[in-house]
Design a protein. Structure first.
Length: 201
């Protein structure tokens, strides 16, 4: 069945109220009220496809399961940021795409992240593109940081190698203008131990 109901989302211990419109089910934990002179009421939960407009301006449109956002859905923030992808237990989990608008009206010009997400964070395999800076990272992530193996492009240089806590860390290689490269063990911006340099032109 479909209904319009008052609903909310939880942010820590707080609740952000909203207006929901879409498919619902009766809350299985609900107990009927038996007050003389007042008709029995029931509590409904979003379940299936529906849209919730929250008082803080966020809008969620997508699938729900027993009152929680679950399945494929789209969340839009007041600043224009967008998340489209999988949800589980009321949070982005699985494969998804973030558009970070930062004043852009065209989402094709937005900074983007496409890949795996865990509880709102970039976690797993994914690609982040910084449009205005013309930078791109493709590889492993952990808790929103580049971590593991990945490829980072910035201008005419490409770094391929290991990362730790968002820093180049471990074996890697920087190639510049496809003309020469520097390989070795990185400690963020420094190189430790043996360094190998190759020149093609």
């Amino acid at each position: 069945m479909k209904k319009k109901i008052n609903y909310f989302r939880e942010v820590g211990s707080a609740r952000i109220k909203g207006k929901y419109r879409g498919s619902v089910i009766i809350d299985p934990k609900y107990k009927f009220l038996k007050i003389p002179g007042i008709a029995n009421s029931i509590r409904y939960l979003p379940h299936g496809l529906g849209t919730c407009n929250y008082k803080d301006g966020q809008i969620y449109k997508g699938k729900w399961k027993k009152g929680k956002r679950e399945g494929k859905g789209k969340l839009t923030w007041t600043n224009g940021d967008i998340y489209i992808g999988q949800w589980k237990k009321d949070k982005p989990n699985g494969k998804g795409k973030f558009y970070f608008k930062k004043g852009f009206q065209d989402k094709n010009k937005s900074d983007t992240y496409v890949g795996q997400v865990k509880d709102w964070l970039r976690h797993g395999k994914g690609t982040y593109t910084w449009v205005s800076q013309k930078m791109k990272y493709q590889g492993s992530w952990k808790n929103n940081n580049r971590h593991g193996y990945g490829e980072y492009k910035e201008g005419n240089s490409i770094y391929t190698g290991n990362w730790k806590d968002d820093k180049r860390w471990g074996k890697g290689k920087i190639t510049i203008k496809k003309q020469h490269s520097i390989s070795g063990t990185f400690r963020h911006t420094d190189l430790k131990g043996k360094v190998t340099m190759d020149f093609w032109k």
